[in-house]
Design a protein around this ligand. Sequence first.
Ligand SMILES: Cc1cc2nc3c(=O)[nH]c(=O)nc-3n(C[C@H](O)[C@H](O)[C@H](O)COP(=O)(O)O)c2cc1C
Length: 151
Amino acid sequence: MCNKILPYFVSGTVIRGFGRGSKALGIPTANLPEPVVNALSKDLDNGIYYGWASLRGEVHKMVASIGWNPYYKNEKKSMEVHILHKFQNDFYGEELKVIIAGYIRPERDFSSLEELIKEIKNDIAITEQQLEEPVANKLKNDDFLTTKINN
Ligand SMILES: Cc1cc2nc3c(=O)[nH]c(=O)nc-3n(C[C@H](O)[C@H](O)[C@H](O)COP(=O)(O)O)c2cc1C
């Protein structure tokens, strides 16, 4: 399927999402701006992906959801990145760089919030494992993530 265009590189300034991320789910997500989402390749299918995120000069594992969040019936396409690292404070307005390394599953609707959370926890476990595979693991050293942008 969409794996032919992976790894896929994206960057942007973190914006506020719909505000449900940390509160309702206990899984905070960093949202990318609308123009960045609209510029994603049409060959990148909606769904859940694992990869690497660079923020504040550090590289961490991440799991991302791209699409319409059927559970919440969003009217706008979004790209939400959950970074597998505990941060002390919010990073709105900061530069986030992401390498999407692999596909996990399509977005789904769920009959309860508990089921959605359970599935996301499973996505996180898959991410932890898959990023230890050599081909995906070495992407964390890619210049795209490690080079600082001078402005
Ligand atoms: C790893 C991951 C998987 C997700 N999977 C789904 C999904 O299958 N269906 C869905 O409706 N939303 C899914 N979501 C989106 C959550 O519903 C979303 O993060 C939540 O609505 C918070 O959004 P907000 O931060 O913009 O408020 C997923 C999010 C993440 C981080």
